[in-house]
Design a protein around this ligand. Structure first.
Ligand code: COA
Length: 336
């Protein structure tokens, strides 16, 4: 096994803000309910002509500028997304061309909804650790606003758009990656979905409005039960303890889910990082955005141990313990 490390990170969110008071004008809701039940104050919404590939491009540009990195020599591009510009071609292929990455690099999208970024990171680590690839660009990006029903108050208050990018490089003897845990329970596939070619899953007739549909309570219950158990599996596979985890970054679905998850784990909520307060639930982007916010705020430091845990539609989940091994930034990040 070769070492693999994350050497650079970048992020992007669209300029347009959708606040809770904006939502009060659109559906029967109010600021107090949204903040109390979700912890979300604002989300960023992409322009009509702005797609996931555009957000990805901007996130990689941020990464290159901050870390003085080139992506010309990456040999694989992995994009975790549930809202690609097209069913095909992939966002990864569009990105390869737009960033001028040589045509010899592999390019593929991965679909695991809100768990997608951690699945992509896990895949990239396997590629680099096995020696199959040297330098992998990994993105988590979504434009959920494009599939959100803005007449449904139980979903439209949650979602926003964003992208996060990391560069995973062969680290010689240094391996930033410790334990991981993956899982999926398709018996809950009908609890959160975006209709596609089929309209039935688990013998349940799906609602097809062309928009995202969810049973919020079921997803809530499943996540609060599943994530603490998954975190323990990550720790067991790494031979680590929770006390060694400097920062816990669960998927930013809802602060009211993160609180009981931390409580069940007996982990201090102050050491949980999330991106939902000003960006909402950005699906595959939520974890890299939260990591990046922590780095920008000077909280997350090189050498610290971070435990990422993605969960969502599938119902799929994925956790990864890693030690931060970023290169030094050459220029400060632009404000998000
Ligand atoms: N404003 C005001 N009231 C609202 C509302 C809103 N935006 N959305 C729902 N309500 C109402 C409901 O209609 C219900 O009213 P009733 O009691 O008269 O029927 C009441 O609030 C409680 O609804 P409930 O669904 O129990 O609320 P909740 O506390 O579970 O919060 C979610 C709803 C969706 C915020 C929450 O379940 C959630 O975040 N779930 C996880 C979703 C998720 O993460 N999905 C993505 C996959 S990762």
């Amino acid at each position: 096994m070769k070492g693999a490390k994350i050497t650079a990170i970048g992020a992007y969110v669209p300029a347009r803000r959708l606040t809770n008071s904006d939502l009060e004008q659109m559906v029967d809701t109010n600021e107090e309910w949204i903040v109390q039940r979700t912890g979300i104050r604002e989300r960023r919404i992409s322009r009509e002509d702005e797609y996931t590939s555009d957000l990805c491009t901007a996130a990689v540009q941020d990464l290159m500028k901050r870390y003085g990195k080139s992506v010309q020599d990456v040999d694989m591009i992995l994009v975790a997304t549930s809202t690609p510009d097209f069913s095909f071609p992939s966002v990864a292929s569009i990105l390869q061309n737009r960033l001028g990455i040589p045509v010899t690099a592999g390019a593929v999208d991965l679909s695991a909804a809100c768990a997608g970024f951690v699945y992509a990171l896990h895949t990239a680590h396997a590629y680099v650790a096995s020696g199959l690839h040297r330098k992998v660009l990994v993105l988590g990006a979504d434009t959920l606003s494009k599939i959100t029903d803005y007449t449904d108050r139980s979903t439209c208050i949650l979602f926003g758009d964003g992208a996060g990018a990391v560069l995973l490089e062969s680290g010689g003897l240094v391996d930033g990656f410790a334990g991981f845990h993956l899982g999926s329970d398709g018996s809950g596939a009908h609890h959160v979905y975006h209709p596609g070619l089929s309209h039935v899953v688990n013998e349940v007739d799906l609602i097809d409005t062309g928009k995202l549909v969810q049973n919020g309570r079921e997803v809530f219950r499943w996540a609060v039960r599943t994530v603490p158990q998954g975190v323990q599996q990550v720790l067991d596979s790494a031979g680590a303890t929770l006390e060694q985890v400097d920062w816990f970054i669960p998927h930013s679905a809802n602060l009211r889910m993160i609180e009981p998850i931390c409580e069940r784990m007996n982990y201090p909520l102050e050491q949980a990082l999330y991106s939902l307060e000003y960006f909402g639930n950005t699906s595959a982007a939520s974890i890299p955005l939260a990591l990046d916010l922590g780095i920008r705020a000077g909280k997350v430091l090189n050498g610290q141990q971070v435990l990422l845990y993605g969960f969502g539609a599938g119902l799929a989940h994925a956790g990864q313990l890693l030690r931060l091994t970023l290169d030094t930034e050459v220029s400060p990040p632009a404000p998000l």
